[in-house]
Design a binder for this molecule. Structure first.
Ligand SMILES: [Fe+2]
Length: 374
């Protein structure tokens, strides 16, 4: 009997598990058997990584539709209660580029192995990767993907975290981001008088310790405290001196809203003033885009003698906070349902429409329009 039993056991062991009710594994050339990004994955990289190295101009591409968002958990669309494919919804508005404002995954760890696992989760997330391959994508990080909690320039594994970021976003060797500290970048699209400059700021790699604790961050008036660090500031000044009619500046945290106790540029008010001074002196109309808050809103600041600036917060494709919050700069309502953001530029009428859209239906939840000023 023994040989027969062994034969049956051997046969059962040889049956692949997916034949008894599980999904078959897909042969995904982007990841190896352990789920690590394949070295050859670059061949399947998004168009942006190949065509748009940072700190350069691309006059051949005139931008009029930009999508953006933050706070993504790889695979979360498959969990109970999150059954929809957000990338399909975003793709339906036909964005020319996508901006990821941080919390691009939630490794939430200060160990390099776990951060790497976070990126592996993204690499294995087929709808996300398919989107990336089709829509040029530009990214910065926030606290949950950079590390966890709130280390800034003192994060022990910052260099490794940065390397993993650059690998995942397929930043080419020739890109200046490969040779500097920080993941910030700048791109100018289109030709005069229809140029859009996209600037993505790194608010973590050079940042000083934050004043206070999560949910109770104070404002530290010390002019020596920095978000960007001297090198990034110098670089930003240079980028803003370049001519553009529209400037879109991505920041992981809110620039304008300052009446809450969560992270905001107002934690270092002198840094916020410096940023607003700089964009005030620059040509064109500036729109800030921000993430982090797990809510959506549009803020507008019009100071005397200065062009108005707006800050569109889009944070939470799936998960949002319910609570109301005071923000005297808000235009329209606070959005506390899952969402993403979009900018639509009408070069004929010289206007930009800022929108927060439902990430399930693609419907507009709040909208605001500004003129594009010289
Ligand atoms: Fe988040």
């Amino acid at each position: 009997m023994k040989p027969i039993i062994l034969t049956i056991v051997g046969f059962l062991l040889a049956i692949p598990p997916w034949t008894v009710g599980q999904e078959p594994p897909t042969a995904d050339p982007r990841v190896d058997k352990a789920g690590r990004p394949n070295a050859g994955g670059e061949e399947r990289a998004g168009k942006f990584e190949k065509k748009y190295p940072s700190d350069a101009a691309y006059p051949e591409l005139e931008l009029s539709r930009i999508a953006f968002g933050s706070c993504y958990r790889p695979g979360s669309r498959l969990r109970k209660g999150d059954p929809w494919d957000v990338w399909k919804v975003i793709k339906a508005i036909e964005p020319q580029v996508m901006l990821l404002l941080g919390d691009n995954h939630y490794a939430d760890s200060q160990t390099p192995e776990r951060i790497e696992r976070g990126y592996r989760g993204l690499e294995a997330d087929r709808p996300y990767m398919d989107f990336r391959e089709e829509i040029p994508t530009f990214a910065v990080w926030d606290n949950h993907d950079y590390a966890s909690k709130y280390p800034g320039k003192d994060f022990k594994y910052a260099a490794r975290s940065e390397q993993l970021f650059l690998e995942h976003f397929r930043v080419p060797e020739s890109d200046p981001r490969q040779s500097r500290v920080g993941v910030y970048g700048s791109w100018i699209f289109g030709e005069h008088p229809n140029r859009v400059q996209i600037i993505m700021l790194d608010g973590h790699r050079h940042r000083d310790q934050l004043p206070g604790k999560n949910g109770n961050f104070r404002s530290d008036p010390d002019p020596g405290k920095t978000f960007l660090g001297p090198e990034q500031w110098k670089w930003l000044e240079k980028q803003l001196a370049r001519e553009a009619e529209m400037r879109v500046i991505g920041s992981p945290i809110q620039v304008l809203s300052k009446e809450h106790r969560w992270r905001r540029w107002d934690m270092f008010p002198k840094q916020r003033e410096r940023l607003l001074d700089l964009v005030g002196e620059a040509s064109g109309t500036t729109v800030f885009l921000s993430g982090d808050r797990h809510r959506g809103e549009i803020s507008r600041l019009a100071t005397e003698g200065r062009k108005p600036v707006c800050d569109v917060t889009a944070s939470g494709y799936f998960h949002v906070r319910e609570a109301e919050e005071r923000n005297s700069l808000r235009v329209g309502k606070l959005i506390n349902q899952p969402h993403f953001g979009a900018l639509e530029v009408d070069w004929e009428s010289r206007t930009v429409a800022m929108k927060v859209l439902c990430s399930r239906e693609g419907t507009v939840l709040v909208e605001h329009e500004e003129s594009i000023l010289p």
